[in-house]
Design a binder for this molecule. Structure first.
Ligand code: MLC
Ligand code: AMP
Length: 505
């Protein structure tokens, strides 16, 4: 029976003995090995009573088995919900409860902490460790190697990815089979991926970039990936000679440039370097070309939309721009106040429409209506303009968002924790330039009258609630926050004050 995404990305490779994953220990996972593993996991999930449309919340380290779990969800019509491995139990509780997950898969060390949530939800909990062991795989080992693929169409949900919001509450972006497949197929063609390609994969697989852009493209092209657990400079430099392409966030490229072993010789054979998820500085682009002769191809996307724009494969890859709308994606720049389209050259909010655009936020119709117009245009919250040659440039954000090393951080979420601490009247969280992460987090704390808040105790409370990458790298105590005449906190003034805190510039 037909399952659009499974048949096109996975099923099409049935019986193939060609490599899909090259692991850092030298092992190879062939396409058929991978599909067999996925089928066994699908059997476990369906036999445990899960029904199409049920959510499977997954917080596990990167491994071939974790990727097979994604394939298994697609094959059995379950909604894959990957979660950042850095999330704390507080954060996970919200995602799991909000999604109403029927199955939770986590590392063995998190099982005890997550069992009460599973019990209260009536969800099953299985474990999957980074070495591929755990209760899920033990069950899979004893399950049939064939699975009768569940029929799913383009409009059926394939995945939920949570994105934070300006109010501090995360929203589950509902992605359909068609959203994922159409974007993968467009990108394969646009970036000329083939079965010969070997992608160096060092990104996490719980976000759009590592999961959908990198993995789905490889599957759609029938190529393979050097599948590294995480970004490790030595490993990247060691493995580069075996790759043809690489995808990364800008931090990957600045870190590579910071190493003298990264040379033109090392990269001479490479076909393509792609960057996204955060702005690539023009100077990084230029430095990279100077060192290697390669012009990094920058593209622009979002959790809610997959990829929207890309610099051209052939033709000028223009530094400081994210290129042109991809085929099938309409993009316009509008006036935030009126929603009217602005003439080229003017800065406004970026709106996009196409088969790549998600279905809405899970159980949040008002939020969906605020950002996804009835005519299908999604208001990205990014500010940009289109130049005379049609290149899109992102110039800022109409949303209070910090992007640190490619991870999105919504200040409100941190402010809510800071505001709750003894002796704190209020707070403001800002992003400031950082040489490694692009931006990093600074927290401004305003004490209640006569109080001197204990900053160490505040940091301890932050650690308890929030993932490490969201922690302020610095807390600053001020008497009051700068406000405009309407009483709104002027974060731009704070950003100006602290902008060279980490760069010294
Ligand atoms: C790790 N840390 C971070 C961080 N990553 N802090 C802030 N921002 C980050 N991004 C913490 C670590 O926990 C550690 O804390 C300390 O910072 C230093 O860690 P490190 O060892 O130097 O970091 P590393 O583990 O090497 O990770 C850095 C990184 C990683 C850049 C390799 O963050 C990464 O892989 N980022 C990719 C994110 C991504 O995939 N984004 C795509 C989103 S999809 P301590 O306490 O131990 O010192 C999307 C759509 C689109 O946006 O368009 O693609
Ligand atoms: P996320 O919600 O994690 O998917 O992050 C999406 C956001 O990342 C976008 O709305 C942009 O603000 C940002 N982003 C992605 N790619 C780029 C890029 N090439 N340049 C600048 N910002 C980017």
């Amino acid at each position: 029976m037909a399952n659009l995404l499974y048949d096109s990305l996975f099923g099409v490779h049935a019986g193939k003995t060609a490599p899909f994953l090259h692991l850092s220990n030298g092992d190879i996972v062939t396409y058929q090995d991978f599909l067999t593993r996925a089928a066994q996991i699908a059997n476990v999930m369906v036999q445990s009573g899960l029904k199409p449309g049920d959510r499977v919340a997954v917080q596990v380290e990167k491994s071939p088995e974790a990727l097979a779990l994604y394939a298994a969800c697609v094959q059995s019509g379950l909604v894959f919900l990957p979660l950042n491995t850095a999330y704390t139990v507080d954060e996970l509780t919200y995602f799991i409860e909000n999604s109403g997950a029927a199955l939770i898969v986590c590392g063995g060390t998190s099982a005890a902490a997550l069992t009460p949530i599973a019990t209260s939800l009536g969800a099953t909990l299985e474990t999957l460790n980074d070495d591929g062991t755990g209760s899920l795989m033990a069950l899979a080992d004893n399950s049939p190697k064939q699975f009768a693929t569940v029929a799913r169409g383009g409009d059926d949900l394939a995945a939920f990815l949570y994105t934070s919001g300006t109010t501090g509450r995360s929203k589950g972006a509902m992605l359909t089979q068609e959203n994922l497949l159409s974007n993968a197929q467009t990108l394969v063609e646009h970036w000329r991926f083939t079965a010969e390609d070997v992608l160096l994969h060092a990104l996490p697989i719980f976000h759009t970039h590592g999961l959908f852009v990198a993995t789905n493209i490889t599957l759609a092209a029938g190529g393979s990936m050097i599948f590294l657990p995480r970004f490790n400079l030595d490993q990247i430099i060691e493995m580069l000679p075996q790759a043809t392409t690489m995808m990364g966030v800008p931090t990957f490229y600045t870190r590579l440039l910071g190493d003298s072993r990264f040379t033109g010789t090392l990269t001479a054979h490479m076909r393509l370097f792609i960057s996204g998820s955060a702005p690539l500085l023009s100077e990084t682009h230029a430095q990279f070309e100077g060192r290697t002769g390669h012009r990094i191809l920058e593209r622009y996307g979002m959790t809610e939309t997959n990829m929207n724009t890309s610099n051209p494969y052939e033709g000028e890859r223009r530094a400081g721009t994210v290129g042109f709308p991809l085929p099938g994606v309409e993009l316009k720049i509008t006036d935030p106040a009126t929603g009217n389209t602005l003439p080229d050259g003017e800065v406004g909010q970026i709106e996009v429409r196409g088969t790549n655009v998600f279905k809405g936020y899970w159980q949040m119709p008002e939020k969906t209506a605020e950002e996804l117009r009835a005519d299908g245009f999604f208001i990205t919250g990014d500010l940009g303009s289109i130049d005379a040659d049609g290149y899109v440039q992102i110039v800022g954000r109409n949303k209070d968002l910090i992007i640190s090393g490619g991870y999105n951080i919504y200040p409100k979420e941190i402010e809510l924790v800071l505001d709750d601490q003894p002796g704190v009247l209020e707070s403001a969280v800002i992003g400031v330039p950082h040489p490694d992460f692009g931006e990093t987090v600074v927290g401004i704390v305003i004490p209640e009258a006569g109080q001197s808040p204990d900053l160490d105790a505040i940091m301890a409370a932050v650690k308890q609630s929030l993932a490490r990458f969201k922690h302020p790298q610095k807390l600053v105590v001020l008497e009051e926050l700068p406000r405009n005449t309407m009483g709104k906190v002027q974060k731009n003034i704070l950003r100006d004050s602290y902008q060279s805190m980490f760069t010294g510039a």
